[in-house]
Design a protein around this ligand. Structure first.
Ligand SMILES: Cc1cc2nc3c(=O)[nH]c(=O)nc-3n(C[C@H](O)[C@H](O)[C@H](O)COP(=O)(O)OP(=O)(O)OC[C@H]3O[C@@H](n4cnc5c(N)ncnc54)[C@H](O)[C@@H]3O)c2cc1C
Ligand code: SF4
Length: 338
């Protein structure tokens, strides 16, 4: 049996105070990832600080015309929230592509950002894994690496970040608002998650004593031309082999602005500004979409079992951009790709 202490936080300041005072502690929100990791003995927090009753469950307009989403808004509530459906349907679609209805009811917005990789070796405590036990080695590099990364890998780790929601948040230029002992700060979404480098044990740039309090979305939601496409082994309840969030601003038959982010291919949601720039000013269509995919994937590198992801990603990018340009976004209730 694993012993741990349990405490409830009464407000944000109390949560930050408690975590700063107990370095071996972890916040718990919906518990859908942390409890699994504890059950499998992958993580052993000495103390759980329950934040699930903190007043961080609202979705509000910001003065800049965007939205502020509380860190404890459940994934289901967020996906179906009328302001998300109207103004940021890309985000709602990506959330509904993930997990199951029951899990989305429990899972929180903040917890989704901090869910850990699904690399099987990370969960298997008898195999070496640099993320679980720094310096022990990476079993995936010469092992079964079909689900693993093709971009931004290192010699220490080739894991992927499993979130769907985060791929849309990357494309939408979100900000993560966090509270710590010295106050609140905002982290640009692109800087929140990390590449593995030689410290794969660190998934994000959040400090251990910081609490995510909200996600902020800018005013532009690309509600007219967007799509989230998730390619997986079965149509539901599976993590992405490759996923694509695409959003376009079209004017006069040309692309005024493009957003393109991928999931299932890297240690973080992979947004590529060069690929987006390659689309700017172009006519939407297979030729420009294929060129953008080539830019995005030029440095992709496969391993023994996942090289198929490079071609899969290329075709998924072209398909998702086509859906976005035609204003026929991928349905998340009928997930068949047509
Ligand atoms: C079977 C299964 C299938 C799944 N499929 C998918 C999928 O297809 N796509 C997908 O995107 N996700 C999927 N998920 C993951 C699910 O979305 C996450 O488990 C969930 O979003 C985590 O949220 P939570 O509130 O339960 O986090 P918790 O488990 O409570 O916490 C996760 C981590 O975040 C930390 N934390 C939580 N909130 C905060 C905060 N506000 N500030 C600082 N730290 C915090 C905790 O300390 C912990 O380390 C799946 C999960 C399961 C179990
Ligand atoms: S890919 Fe990363 S998480 Fe998986 S075994 Fe290697 S070090 Fe561990």
């Amino acid at each position: 049996m694993i012993n741990f202490q349990y405490a409830r936080a009464s407000d944000v300041a109390d949560a930050v105070r408690q975590i700063a005072a107990a370095p071996g502690a972890k916040f718990i929100a919906g518990g859908t990832n942390l409890i699994d990791l504890m059950r499998k003995d992958v993580m052993r927090p000495e103390r759980l600080i329950d934040i699930s009753r903190l007043p961080l469950k609202t979705v509000e307009d910001t003065a800049e015309g965007g939205l502020r989403i509380g860190a404890l808004v459940p994934n289901s509530d967020l996906a179906y929230h009328p302001l998300i459906a109207q103004r940021y349907p890309l985000l709602g679609s990506a959330i509904l592509a993930g997990a199951s209805q029951q899990l989305r009811n429990m899972a929180s917005t903040g917890g989704n950002l901090l869910q850990r990789t699904r690399c099987a070796y990370f969960y298997d405590t008898v195999t070496p894994c640099n993320k679980r036990e720094p310096g022990s080695g990476c079993s995936a590099i010469a092992g079964h690496n079909r689900m693993h990364a093709i971009l931004g890998t290192s010699e220490a780790c080739i894991a992927t970040h499993p979130s769907d929601m985060c791929v849309a948040l990357a494309a939408l230029d979100a900000k993560v608002r966090v509270a710590g002992p010295s106050g609140e700060r905002a982290i640009a979404f692109a800087d929140f998650h990390r590449l593995p480098g030689d410290t794969p044990q660190r998934d994000t740039n959040l400090a251990p004593d910081e609490l995510i309090v909200a996600i902020e979305l800018p005013a532009r939601g690309f509600a007219a031309n967007y799509s989230y496409l998730k390619i997986r082994d079965r149509l539901s309840y599976a993590f992405a082999l490759v996923s694509v969030a695409a959003a376009l601003d079209l004017s006069g038959g040309r692309i005024r602005e493009a957003r393109l982010a991928l999931g299932g291919v890297a240690h973080k949601p992979w947004r590529d500004r060069a690929a987006e720039a390659a689309l700017q000013g172009q006519e939407p269509g297979p030729a420009s979409f294929g060129r953008a995919a080539d830019v995005l994937l030029h440095a992709a590198k496969g391993f023994a079992h996942n090289s198929f992801k490079i071609d899969l990603a290329r075709r998924a990018i072209v398909r998702t951009l086509t859906q976005a340009a035609n204003a026929t976004p991928q349905s998340q209730s009928d997930k068949r790709i047509r």
